[in-house]
Design a protein around this ligand. Structure first.
Ligand code: CIR
Length: 270
């Protein structure tokens, strides 16, 4: 397994505990609400897995004013030593970026508000070592895509502006990075051609919900309940940890969205 690559080498992560209001989290369907107690247990196991992968995890207190605030990834983005406060597309989530500001200011030397116009959720951004994929979606509009493209270009990333297929919440709902040159994705997303130039491993049929995995240092974290995916990734040589995220899934959340992962390239505060 590749041991370096800034896209998956992380020293720190910021998370936020789910609060009582998580039962009202946004969801596309009219499915069941999560149980707070089980969500908390699954969230704690998620944090433990990040720590096992060598990451120092900050756990922020729950924020009941924002039911979806456990999904910290959508409100900010860490790129090297810079944290960028984003503009989430769902009206009920707009204030989440400001709520993250104090923690980011403590952690990063550079914290910037996304300039320009438009909305963008971090779930639509996949950062590679050199290239950033920015997906336009129901949450991320062209203006938001353009605004983030300018910031990430200034930080040295090549930009690949892509379209998240309409029935997918976020670009990363359907993909995750396995190493610097390899992406795990659903067939429906890979078939759009958006990963041309990368090696793509596709999620086994029926296990599309496993696509939102995260590579953290030497570990690949995947959602529990996807045995073919787990076997496939082990066969490919990855060290896999599978985690139950049943309650986050009830409100359309996945593994990536519950942490803001940061790589300390010398600019993180000690
Ligand atoms: C929402 O609809 O915004 C939340 N209930 C789920 C957000 C999941 N975030 C992500 O995939 N990046």
């Amino acid at each position: 397994m590749a041991r370096n690559g800034r896209s998956f080498s992380f020293t720190r992560a910021i998370t936020r505990a789910p609060g009582a209001s998580v039962v009202s989290g946004l969801r596309a369907g009219d499915g069941a609400s999560p149980s707070l107690a089980l969500f908390e247990r699954e969230h704690q196991a998620y944090i433990a897995a990040l720590r096992d992968a060598g990451v120092d995890v900050m756990v922020l207190p729950s924020l009941d004013a924002f039911p979806d605030s456990v999904f910290v990834e959508d409100a900010a983005l860490c790129a090297g030593g810079t944290a960028i406060l984003l503009r989430p597309g769902a009206p009920s989530r707009r204030g989440e970026a400001d709520a993250l500001r104090p923690a980011l200011t403590k952690t990063f030397e550079h914290v910037i508000d996304l300039p320009g116009q438009g909305s963008i959720d971090g779930g639509d951004v996949l950062l590679g070592d050199e290239e950033a994929f920015i997906g336009r979606s129901a949450r991320t509009d062209s203006a938001g895509q353009d605004a983030l493209s300018i910031v990430l270009s200034d930080l040295g990333y090549r930009i690949r502006a892509v379209d998240t297929p309409t029935d997918i919440l976020h670009f990363k709902t359907d993909c995750g990075l396995l190493d610097s040159g390899t992406i795990f994705a659903t067939r429906r997303l890979a078939d759009t051609g958006c990963f041309d130039g990368y090696r793509v491993i596709t999620a086994p049929a029926g296990e599309e919900a496993a696509a939102n995995l995260i590579r953290v240092n030497d570990h690949v974290l995947i959602s529990a309940g996807f045995p073919q995916t787990e076997a496939l990734l082990r066969q490919e040589g990855y060290t896999v940890t599978s985690l139950a995220i049943s309650q986050a899934a009830l409100i359309d959340g996945g593994l990536s969205c519950m942490s803001l992962r940061c790589n300390g390239n010398g600019t993180l505060h000690p």
